[in-house]
Design a protein. Structure first.
Ligand SMILES: Nc1ncnc2c1ncn2[C@@H]1O[C@H](COP(=O)(O)OP(=O)(O)O)[C@@H](O)[C@H]1O
Ligand SMILES: Cc1ncc(C[n+]2csc(CCOP(=O)(O)OP(=O)(O)O)c2C)c(N)n1
Ligand SMILES: [Mg+2]
Ligand SMILES: [Mg+2]
Ligand SMILES: [Mg+2]
Length: 328
């Protein structure tokens, strides 16, 4: 099997059959023309036991919560408001009704935060591992396209929160399992892995501000998501290590470890994007009023589509698009 991204490219239809389809495969979510006022945002993500979680890394509540969070995160990366969700679950015989109830409680807890309704789904048995697939439907003001291909030379690269913690938490969970008495610092990383929160409010601020933004949520690691922006926009991105937002917990680890988790870990579900310098100043002003953060982490220039990393007193280095890639 070729790598995940090449495979998706190979099955992407060459043309749209429906005139109302604004954006199909290729971004965080599809966009479909809705009313005069708003377009529909639609996306789907799956979590598989053994690939995205094990019973040692996540309690059933975490599994439901995180699966919905990952989907809402793709709506956030389009600047959308999540509104409805559908759930498909394939259940092995070994899972109890009580555990399944906890998965749904996890989803419902997050859905309550965003006032989302569960509107359907599908239930099947399986001889394999538990599989949970969620489709989220949301909306965004019509004409808003916060797409990966929107980056332009001269833009600032920004992030809306820390990255690397979720991968750190996973490493701890794989080593000790979730019943281990973790230190407070370790608990911060474990929580980032088990209960990540999507950055909907940051995406909304960008959509409402009506500025050109390239945007991507960080599911596969900063290097991979930044490379997607570089490749789809045909620009060069340079990230500055010292500016990349790192939690206090992450900073307690050696720099090499921080780099591995932050650049190549994934599952952070904060946003990375680019916009013009003058718009960025305006956004930072607006963000202050609502307690959101937009952190400048680098710049966009004309050049071969790639991502470079600048560290103090070291030669600039090209980042490889490593990160989480199913099949490779
Ligand atoms: N099996 C598939 N069939 C059709 N489209 C797919 C498939 N897998 C992924 N896609 C589409 O490919 C794009 C990239 O997917 P993915 O890397 O999973 O995005 P994300 O990391 O934002 O969830 C998305 O537009 C997604 O809808
Ligand atoms: C037991 C276990 N092993 C490994 C991982 C790491 N992991 C699994 S999937 C993934 C990337 C995100 O999932 P994906 O299905 O690629 O989501 P998408 O990019 O479609 O949002 C990562 C970092 C994990 N979460 N749990
Ligand atoms: Mg995404
Ligand atoms: Mg996906
Ligand atoms: Mg992925």
């Amino acid at each position: 099997m070729r790598d995940e991204f090449a495979w998706i490219a190979s099955i992407t239809p060459k043309e749209h059959r429906q005139a109302s389809l604004l954006e199909g495969i290729g971004d965080d979510a599809a966009l479909v023309k809705g009313s005069e006022e708003e377009d529909q945002v639609v996306c789907l993500d799956t979590m598989v036991e053994g690939v995205h979680f094990t019973t040692d890394t996540m309690a059933p509540f975490h599994i439901g919560h995180k699966a919905l969070a990952a989907n809402i995160s793709d709506v956030a990366a389009m600047g959308g408001i999540p509104r409805y969700y559908l759930v498909s679950i394939a259940v092995p015989a070994s899972w109890s009704e009580e555990a399944l109830g906890e998965i749904y409680k996890g989803m419902d807890t997050l859905a309550e935060t965003y006032k989302m309704d569960l509107i359907g789904g599908d239930t099947v048995s399986t001889k394999g591992p538990l599989v949970l697939s969620i489709t989220v439907i949301g909306s965004v003001e019509s004409g808003k396209k916060l797409l990966r291909r929107n980056a332009r030379p001269g833009d600032v690269v920004f992030m809306t929160g820390c990255a690397g913690d979720a991968a750190g938490g996973l490493a701890l969970l794989l080593e000790h399992t979730r019943n281990h008495p973790f230190t407070l610092t370790e608990q911060a990383l474990v929580q980032a892995h088990q209960l990540p929160l999507p950055n909907v409010e940051a995406g909304r601020l960008l959509a409402e501000a009506n500025v050109r933004v390239a945007l991507n949520d960080i599911s596969d690691g900063v290097a991979s998501e930044a490379t997607e922006i570089a490749e789809s926009s045909g620009v060069k991105l340079t990230l500055v290590w010292d500016k990349l937002p790192k939690s206090i917990a992450l900073q307690s680890y050696p720099q090499e470890q921080q780099e591995q988790w932050l650049l190549y870990g994934g599952e952070d579900y904060t946003l990375i994007g680019t916009m013009a310098q003058e718009d960025f100043s305006l956004i930072q002003q607006k963000a202050k009023d609502c307690n959101l953060s937009f952190i400048a982490v680098g710049k966009v220039e004309a050049g071969a589509p790639a991502v470079w990393l600048e560290r103090s007193q070291q030669p600039i280095e090209a980042l490889h698009k490593a990160g989480y890639n199913h099949f490779s």
